[in-house]
Design a protein around this ligand. Structure first.
Ligand code: HEM
Length: 208
């Protein structure tokens, strides 16, 4: 089932559902009394969820013995970037009206913005180089090394979230714990690979 073209279509549509919900609410004028805040929170939530989902693909495919799950990783990652771009654009365009003075003031007044920018900037090269053409251009090893930036994205996104909440830190802690578990899993897998060079060949192709 996971190998079929329809599975990819299904994952694509599933990742579009939040955007559809947002568009529907916007169309109906149902974006709460503070639409900018609502869109910022909604897109930020989906960006971080999909970053974590992208990180979870490799461990899940190994633990569940479902190698075909890898077919969806790039798409999920690109959707994470899509929601992060909407999130960034909402802040930049709707909230700050492209006013560079206000934007620079926000960086100094609200340091969590710097963590958000770090997360966003570290996602950008991943999205740009996600094509087969870029894998060929960079070569597998360099491409894989670059794509480890996803861990920087995930950590920066958690710091961003943790920093911005004022009292209820439950969700930042949930995301932080998930990222820590996934990072520990990946670190264990790299460590095993270094210790057993023979395994490196087999695991290498699937590393994230
Ligand atoms: C330049 C990039 C970014 C900027 C300027 C930015 C800005 C913001 C702002 C202004 C808020 C609302 C803060 C408040 O309510 O006081 C927010 C919330 C949030 N952002 Fe970002 N952000 C950026 C990047 C990211 C990225 C890349 C992610 C995830 C991958 C992310 C995830 C979140 C989350 C999860 C929330 C909280 C949502 C909630 O409370 O439900 N942000 N961000």
């Amino acid at each position: 089932m996971l190998r079929s073209r329809w599975a990819k279509v299904a994952v694509f549509l599933l990742c579009l559902v939040p955007f559809g919900r947002l568009a529907w609410r916007a169309w109906n004028g149902d974006l709460t009394p503070n639409p900018i805040e609502y869109i910022t929170h909604f897109t930020g939530d989906w960006a971080i969820r999909l970053v974590v989902a992208t990180l979870a693909v490799t461990p899940l495919r190994k633990l569940l013995h479902l190698p075909d799950l890898i077919r969806f990783r790039r798409m999920i990652g690109l959707f994470a970037f899509f929601y992060a771009s909407l999130h960034f654009a909402t802040w930049f365009g709707l909230d700050k009206f492209f006013d560079m003075h206000e934007i620079l003031k926000d960086f100094t007044k609200r340091p969590f913005i710097i963590a958000g920018l770090t997360a966003f900037l570290s996602m950008t090269p991943l999205a740009v180089t996600s094509t087969k053409c870029w894998i060929r251009r960079l070569g597998g090893r360099r491409w894989q090394a670059l794509h480890r930036l996803v861990y920087v994205t995930a950590c920066a996104a958690v710091v961003h979230y943790y920093w911005l909440v004022e009292s209820d830190i439950r969700w930042p802690l949930v995301y932080g714990s998930l990222v820590a578990i996934l990072l520990a899993y990946q670190a264990g897998s790299w460590w095993r690979k270094r210790r057993t060079p023979a395994a490196a060949k087999t695991v290498g192709g699937a590393a994230s």
